[in-house]
Design a protein around this ligand. Structure first.
Ligand SMILES: [Zn+2]
Ligand SMILES: [Zn+2]
Length: 238
């Protein structure tokens, strides 16, 4: 399967998350919620251990693009959107909030695709690791956009459509990475900043208030999952 196939599979995660919201699949939603901490730990480990050494290898200056990627997501989610946070929207929001949340999330989901494509440009192993990191948060991402649309009074069809648009932005990210020169050069560094933001600043706050060892174990377990996956890929790809 090529990077485009992986991006399409990840994009499907957005739609599945949205369907869980509009079909009121409570069990599915609590499963997605339970996987959040694991996904965050996995993403963090892929970024810090898998991507960062690759980004800095031979070009320490590339660290600047990591920072730019991080701040770009923050600006997109906080300046242009009146109300946005990750996780299921459970209170009323204005109809405009749904539309602006979609816009705010599009930059991030575009870079989900850039991350996958840039990973595959380095190696199949890094590409698959980044695909998994993206896939693991695609479900909560679909839940986020669909629930904020529904809470803003949009129809269920529109809510699933919005999730499909986010998935489409990810596919577009893969398609454009090699076409746009700055993306081909700095895509991996920029998307490392984006992934860092999504893991540490979008996902972690979702379970920040939870006490006890279970969530903490899932979070650290996500990082352990990275080591395990890398081990499996080493055996499988060579
Ligand atoms: Zn809210
Ligand atoms: Zn994403």
């Amino acid at each position: 399967m090529n990077p485009l196939g992986f991006a399409a599979a990840a994009a499907l995660g957005n739609i599945v998350g949205a369907l869980a919201v509009v079909r009121h699949l409570r069990r599915g939603l609590s499963f997605i919620d339970a996987c959040l901490a694991f996904g965050a730990g996995f993403m963090l480990a892929v970024t810090v251990l898998g991507v960062m050494p690759q980004v800095l290898d031979g070009s320490p200056g590339a660290a600047l693009y990591v920072l730019i990627g991080y701040f770009a997501v923050h600006v997109a989610q906080h300046v242009f959107t009146p109300h946005f946070h990750f996780g299921e929207e459970t209170h009323w929001v204005s109809p405009a909030a749904g539309r602006s949340a979609l816009l705010g999330l599009m930059l991030h989901t575009f870079f989900d695709g850039v991350a996958i494509a840039s990973g595959f440009l380095v190696s199949g192993r890094l590409g698959i690791l980044l695909f998994l990191a993206v896939l693991l948060h695609k479900l909560p991402e679909g839940v986020t956009i669909a629930s904020v649309m529904v809470a803003g009074g949009w129809s269920r069809g529109r809510a699933v459509g919005a999730a499909a648009v986010l998935g489409g932005a990810t596919v577009l990210g893969v398609l454009l990475t090699e076409q746009i020169a700055p993306l081909a050069r700095h895509g991996l560094a920029l998307s490392a900043g984006v992934t860092l933001y999504v893991a540490a600043s979008n996902l972690v706050p979702e379970f920040q208030a939870k006490r006890g060892w279970l969530t903490a174990l899932a979070f650290v377990g996500g990082a352990a999952g990275f080591f395990l996956t890398e081990l499996l890929l080493q055996g499988w790809l060579h």
